[in-house]
Design a protein around this ligand. Structure first.
Ligand code: AMP
Length: 257
């Protein structure tokens, strides 16, 4: 196995490392996450390892993207376990910055998008995508990677990040990665650990309803009947996207139609 990743909590230390990596002409792949790593995150890291000489993982639970304090409070934090997984995944650098480091401006400056971000998840989570886009902009500027890897699981996020990179002439290439699922079809998510046994067994019916219904409205009706609280199910282009709550946990997913 490779060396354990260099864990960086002080960004100045990263800026020095970055300087040397760039001087050596090495390509940097970047995987931003909120930690509580699972196979979905690991698939992004594997792709980055294959395509770049240096892989940087960030673990930062970004408070500005949580519209709901309770959701933030119960977000799983598993840094020690994550470090072990990052080591196995042969991550070179693990950035675990503090709020003060990421937000020296105390979130006075924001990136916002004025159209797609207010739809789907945006219409149920006010301010969510301002928080997401702002932290991704900061992280992309901090890491200055050649490529950054984002999961199609968060499809709306991926589209908004792609749009932001284009709009602001950022130079990092955004690489989309397919959704990794549990055996019963549930998309892997850090929040899945918060599901009760009962909610967990119901949860696999969410992707099934998205996949097997003839229309978005049929999927919505089916999910309601099965006991989900449905935020939305909508067809956008060739995809069907949905968000539901089950046992107090919010799940999102999307399938190719
Ligand atoms: P998160 O830690 O939930 O913010 O996710 C970090 C990155 O991993 C995002 O780009 C997600 O889209 C991606 N990701 C999360 N879950 C999955 C999954 N099941 N399959 C593929 N990518 C995922």
């Amino acid at each position: 196995m490779a060396y354990a990743p260099v864990v960086i909590t002080d960004l100045k230390q990263w800026f020095e490392k970055r300087h040397f990596i760039k001087r050596q002409g090495k390509k940097i792949g970047f995987v931003p996450t909120m930690g509580a790593l699972h196979q979905g995150h690991l698939s992004l890291l594997e792709k980055s390892r294959r395509e770049n000489e240096v892989t940087v993982l960030s673990i930062y639970v970004n408070p500005t993207q949580f519209d709901n304090k309770e959701d933030l409070a119960k977000y799983p934090l598993t840094l020690e376990r994550d470090k072990t997984l990052a080591h196995k995944a042969e991550v070179d650098f693990l950035l675990a910055p503090t709020f003060e480091q990421i937000y020296p401006d105390k979130y006075r400056y924001k990136v916002s998008e004025s159209d797609f971000s207010s739809k789907l998840c945006g219409s149920h989570r006010p301010g969510h995508f301002d928080g997401v886009l702002t932290v991704v902009m900061k992280l992309l500027n901090i890491v200055q990677a050649d490529r950054a890897y984002f999961g199609e699981k968060d499809f709306q996020q991926l589209e908004l990040v792609r749009g932001m990179v284009e709009a602001f002439f950022l130079t990092t290439e955004i690489v989309p990665c397919p959704i990794v699922r549990e055996e019963d079809g549930l998309a892997m998510s850090s929040r899945n650990v918060n599901l009760s046994a009962e909610a967990r067994s119901l949860a696999s019916r969410f992707p099934a309803a998205l996949r097997d219904s003839l229309s978005a409205s049929e999927a919505k009706a089916r999910l309601k009947l099965e006991g989900f609280e449905v935020d939305y199910v909508e067809d956008i282009g060739t995809r069907r996207l949905g968000a539901v709550k089950v046992g107090g946990v919010r799940l999102i997913d999307n399938v190719e139609r």
